[in-house]
Design a protein around this ligand. Structure first.
Ligand code: FE2
Ligand code: FE2
Length: 291
């Protein structure tokens, strides 16, 4: 029987159960992240409650300040405390930073025997996140949402590779030998792709539907569907940044005309958008994975 996501109510393939079982359940996020998100979402809690909770975890404080300073370079001041960060980015911005930091933390390094190149994947994810920030206003989204949707769109590749390292290596080989796009090869091997399993995990974590659906549909955007604007944004960002880290032997994603039209992205703008996103990823974001 198809599974239904707790937040979106979207249906997922019954075949996912095998992967979730091999993972020993959908991986959990750090307890501090779960508590923080609950506090941020509770209308009766204040910015002070959030700041106090964050202050109990020094590693999280350090990461949050680093990220806030990267995100808000150009505001002319250094953010040196969590309270400052909350004032500047707001609780919504905090929620997005906590999500980004905790997911990167859980999935930073591969387990023994995995063929997936994590460094390359995170690099691509941060490039796509930077492009998501550039494109977010055209999708009617804020910059943080653009960043986070881009960052997490390929998370499902990690879940597939962790659950079935041999199967994932087979999918990668198939994509290379037949010049297929990786999500098509995954579909042939597993019966679903990284978009669907990534979306399922984020739906289980009760992430916002925008994140869930932009991960799920980024290889087949349909701007008219619910959350379609975010899907179109991630689709264009992903395909635009693919060249920088993509495995050449695999099939290359093409930008859908419909998605580009929807966002008002013209062919002539692409190289400029790509260069800006790449520069931003290099100067601000790559440090999040390199330490
Ligand atoms: Fe993808
Ligand atoms: Fe991607």
């Amino acid at each position: 029987m198809a599974q239904v996501g707790p937040t979106t109510g979207d249906e997922y393939s019954p075949l996912l159960a095998d992967i979730v079982e091999a993972l020993g359940g959908v991986p959990t996020l750090p307890v501090i992240a779960t508590r923080l998100l609950a506090t941020i979402d509770d209308p009766s809690s204040s910015a002070g409650d959030v700041a106090r909770l964050v202050a109990g975890d020094q590693a999280l404080v350090a990461n949050l300040l680093r990220m806030a300073n990267s995100a808000y370079i150009g505001f002319g001041r250094q953010i040196s405390s969590v309270t400052d960060a909350i004032v500047l980015v707001g609780l919504n911005g905090m929620r997005q930073m906590v999500l980004a930091i905790s997911v990167i933390d859980v999935f930073r390094v591969p387990k023994v025997g995995e063929a997936l190149d994590y460094t390359n994947l995170w690099r691509h994810s941060l490039n796509t996140a930077a492009a998501g920030r550039q494109l977010a206003p055209r999708a009617g989204l804020n910059l943080e949402a653009g960043f986070l949707c881009g960052l997490l769109h390929d998370l499902g590749k990690i879940l597939l590779s962790r659950a079935k390292p041999d199967g994932y290596a087979r999918a990668q080989m198939l994509a290379c030998s037949e010049q297929r796009m990786i999500h098509q090869a995954e579909l042939a091997v597993f019966g679903f792709d990284h978009g669907e399993i990534g979306a399922f995990a984020m739906d289980t974590w009760r992430f916002p539907s925008q994140l869930v659906r932009s991960a799920r549909h980024h290889h087949c955007p349909a701007p008219g569907l619910p959350d379609g604007a975010g899907v179109a944004m991630v689709h264009v960002a992903d395909a635009m940044m693919w060249d920088l880290t993509g495995v050449e032997a695999m099939g290359r994603p093409q930008i859908s005309d419909e998605a580009a039209r929807f966002l008002g992205v013209r062919e002539a703008e692409l190289s400029d958008l790509r260069a800006k996103s790449e520069a931003e990823a290099k100067s601000r974001w790559i440090a999040l994975i390199t330490g």
